[in-house]
Design a protein around this ligand. Sequence first.
Ligand SMILES: C[S@@+](CC[C@H](N)C(=O)[O-])C[C@H]1O[C@@H](n2cnc3c(N)ncnc32)[C@H](O)[C@@H]1O
Length: 260
Amino acid sequence: MSARRLLKELAWKATAASLKTRNILDWPAWAANLFEIKLPSNTIVNEKTSSSGGANINVILDLMNECKSIPGDIAECGVYRGSTLISMALYVQQIGSEKKVFGFDSFQGFDDHVESDLNLGGQFDQQKRRGGFGNTSRSFVQKRLDILDLNHVELVSGFFEKSLEKFSERQYSFVHLDCDIYESYHTCLNYLYPRLSGGGIMLLDEYDDPPWPGCNLAVDEFLTEHSVDLHPIVRDGHRKFYLRRDAWREVSGPQANPDA
Ligand SMILES: C[S@@+](CC[C@H](N)C(=O)[O-])C[C@H]1O[C@@H](n2cnc3c(N)ncnc32)[C@H](O)[C@@H]1O
């Protein structure tokens, strides 16, 4: 291991030991840079409300808080280097919840499906290419989970088209879709929405985000095919959208048998 890497791991361990018991809302902004995680203390506030840009941790934590009494685990589709997943896992641990947190990602970036998104147009984004978001690895994310004692997290490597099936029996109370492209949104919506508990929430990070029109296409198709409403939420000038599973479906809908 290089000296730089060793120093970084020592800094991670020392900081983890001193911050682990503190509420994530009180973690200092410098810890966000050290661990490469999103924290309320380092959120950039937009002067004008907009849906462009990355995930907003305050939106995520507010919606997770709304779902905390709903049965079912937590999932994120699109982990990349773990900056939202780790914060979500810290929150779950700190509220004393028994929920498991699943992090689904190829950990090698986009596959060829990104080509159809390039054909859809939208704003330029340097990650919108085969292998975009590939500068990560499962072990990079796992290392920080270990240092922070986040043992309730399971990283699931592989493309969603295959990896989601490994947990077909699971139900979820909160799902964060942060996977950018049409095919990925299409797969996750159709596989995971039926596995949401009644009242559970699915947050859609790229809806109305100019570089990623494939998200709108997949979500709008889904809304047309199912009677589901899209809800906006605004925090810090960041507008995001989410779906909530109707509670009545808990007894009468396909939730009892999601594959029906
Ligand atoms: C925008 S990044 C996620 C950002 C992350 N939530 C964060 O906090 O930084 C999108 C991720 O989705 C993953 N992804 C997109 N489509 C995928 C698919 N079909 N299967 C597996 N991973 C996919 C990419 O590998 C990439 O890591």
